[in-house]
Design a binder for this molecule. Structure first.
Ligand code: SF4
Length: 284
């Protein structure tokens, strides 16, 4: 990667976007308050348009044949609709093979746009948003300072479905700690069952030094879960899921494995794989 078009040496894009050309348009997250999050350490800023145009120029040399561009920024969809439409057009000028765009979003970035704007973005090539649900439990969301309720997220997903924009959802396993593991799994399944995501990506909670959650751990007010407990939570979540036409994956199983399958077709297969891992790693 050319260092001149990326602020950091390492860039993060979702597994489903590995074939996309990554274009940096923003740094950090406009919310930045989730107590477990390490991604929001950068002060949030949208890059000046001139800098983004230079990035597009660099991107076009690095990836002249790419057909899809992923906008970097922890919630790049916070950009106003007219700014995004302008940037889509600028990308297409330099990279005429590009057909679709995707990016990270918070649910409130969707809610801040009206249906006509969402429709215009879809027509201009916005194909998918990657959104962190984290939990379906309002109490866990509030405790971890996500700044959104389950109902707000459901409304955002409904608007995306009307506009015809796909969405991929992320869940953070272990986010309720030992005390609320069952609540987290059941309530998250309940929320997901009301949605139609193209994929659900589960990630085990990591406690990052310097975050408010790491302070809670040190103070004893948050009890993090052992890897096998997180795996049992994953099983409970999956067992309760009724979503269809959805790829389900966890890339952090026991900090070692990846589980992936299509729902509902491979649900039983995934559950059996989890049971085998739980039996083999009892007490880990
Ligand atoms: S919305 Fe996402 S990126 Fe922003 S602070 Fe919360 S977890 Fe981090």
């Amino acid at each position: 990667m050319s260092p001149s078009i990326y602020t950091h040496e390492t860039i993060y894009i979702p597994p489903r976007e590995e074939e996309s050309a990554p274009l940096e348009v923003a740094i950090g997250c406009s919310w930045g308050q989730c107590t477990f999050c390490d991604f929001a350490r950068d002060a949030f800023r949208i890059l000046p348009r001139d800098k983004i145009l230079k990035n597009i120029e660099g991107l076009s040399r690095l990836f002249p044949n790419k057909e899809r561009v992923f906008f970097l920024g922890e919630n790049a969809f916070v950009l106003p609709a007219d700014a995004l439409l302008d940037l889509f057009a600028q990308v297409r000028k330099r990279m005429p093979k590009v057909e679709t765009f995707a990016m990270y979003a918070r649910a409130d970035d969707v809610l801040s746009k009206n249906p006509a704007e969402l429709e215009a973005l879809r027509s201009a090539g916005l194909d998918a948003l990657h959104i962190g649900v984290e939990s379906g439990s309002d109490s866990i969301l509030a405790e971890r300072k996500k700044g959104l309720t389950a109902q707000q997220m459901l409304e955002a997903f409904r608007l995306l479905e009307i506009a015809g924009i796909d969405y991929h959802l992320t869940v953070v396993l272990g986010l309720g700690g030992k005390d609320y593991s069952r609540l987290h799994a059941i309530e998250t399944a309940r929320l997901l069952n009301k949605t139609h995501p193209r994929s659900i990506w589960c990630l085990k909670l990591a406690i990052f030094e310097g975050t408010p959650l790491s302070q809670e751990c040190k103070a004893g007010s948050f009890d993090p879960m052992a890897p096998s407990e997180v795996l049992a939570e994953l099983r409970l979540l999956l067992q309760n899921l009724t979503v269809t036409n959805c790829i389900f994956e966890d890339t952090t199983v026991l900090d070692t494995y990846t589980l992936q399958g299509n729902l509902p077709e491979q649900k039983d297969l995934l559950l059996r794989a989890i049971d085998e891992l739980l039996a083999a790693h009892d007490g880990l």
